[in-house]
Design a protein around this ligand. Sequence first.
Ligand code: DGJ
Length: 538
Amino acid sequence: MKAKMSVVASVLSATLFFSVSANAQDNLPHLEKRGAVTQLIVDGKPFLMLSGELYNSSSSSLEYMKPLWPKLAAIPLNTVITPLSWELIEPTEGKYDFTLVDGLLAQARQQHVHVVFLWLAAWKNGMSSYPPVWVKQNTKRFPRVVLHNNPVNILSAMEGYSDATRDADARAFAAVMQHIREVDGQEHTVLMMQGENEVGVLGDTRDHSPQADQAFASAVPAQLTDYLKAHRDTLEPTLRALWLQNGGNTSGTWAQIFGDTARADEIFMAWNYARYVHAVAAKGKAVYNLPIYVNTWLANDDNVPGNYPSGGPQPKVIDIWKAAGSAIDIYAPDVYDPDFVKWANRYHRPDNLLFIPETNGGKNGAANVFEAVGEHAAIGFSPFAIDGFHEGTTDLGESYSAIDAIKPILFEQQTKGNVHGFTLSKERPFAEFYMNGYVVHVSLDEIFGNHAESGYGLIIATGQNEFLGVGKGFRVLITPRSPSSFKLGYASIDEGTFKDGGWIPGRRLNGDENDQGNYWRFDPKSVKIEKAVLYHYE
Ligand code: DGJ
């Protein structure tokens, strides 16, 4: 690693930016469609980020972080999502300080851990606490929103009004990307970047500055109406319904096209935040082309925008964000809601892969990672506040270790659509899916009247009659899908593990361990890796 721990004080000029050659680009961490899924490719191979996100302030001090890295690596994580703030990168306009970038990369590399940087700049949780003081002080150059007739200390995202903010933010982000390119262009410790954090206006449905009111009363840009026309049949259903209810118009003001309600306000804000964040992301990518995602403060559809950041990439406005540009690769949910399955389903779309940048850790995280990775081919999973090492961290580590062990098979079979994942609870005690022409019935484990309270895992079809399973607290019955002349039984069930890609078998599971041949069981005690082989009989 390049031991460059310097304070770089330089005015970054446009001449510093040079385009990356196609070959070098190919070698960068990037997203690639492979068969049925899109994978994150690092140094030519698929990579699954078994990750955690730090508390907001931890990574502002290298001393503070120093003892944490070995503990994070021991969980075991292979990636840490790490804040990087505009205020510390550019404390004086045009003078950049990359001490933290260099120090964090050095610390991560010592533990062989990758990093995703969060660009905390104009907005974090809808507010503007992370810009440098020279931005905060200058309300003329960097205008604020007006909510309920009051100017509020939140930076405006209005296109045409807040362009100076956008350009200053983009310059700093491009400087960061330029530096990462210089110090990490070969090693690829940094895998992705997050643009801003949980953007949107808090406290009102939209910005009501005179400039925003004027823009709201003007025509919706053709770029957006063209997108609606072109994607009419595949728009997110609630957006499609709203547009069609209001006449399906392709020209008019925001209220004319989307109705004169808070929904139109939210769509208007989504457009403006999206235009801003795409522009910042594009400047960074022009210098160093890493995947960029944005994260979302989630709200149920019946909640009023402004109670949550209005304009953030909620499922109902992802299409608005997509219409606004192409520099953002992933729209990602921060899932603290207990219904993990619902949000995973809404964010995993044919045009949006699943990545979970923030969620609950502990026992919930240990379970939900299987749903994300198994059912949705998520490229990463990352409980928030990981450096709190809260109760349940060992459960998360147990899940991560088992998934890590089966990665080569997982990656290969994902591309063929041969993987399913699930989390089971008393409220959701069954899962059912099709594999190889069979029906796979998964339910909470049960033997001699002892019932598992929860279960989680994933199943991979590795051959017509061969399956690999990982998890705990469930049991599996496999039956023919259509009426058929044969029945199915388990020829063998073996527990084991993988070492250097090779299978090391452990116990042959029979008797009570497979309910006398009736079920493929994963007992609730610990996460196991097991192989099952089926036989046919008349
Ligand atoms: C979501 C934010 O993105 C995080 O930075 C943090 O504030 C968490 N909420 C706290 O739960």
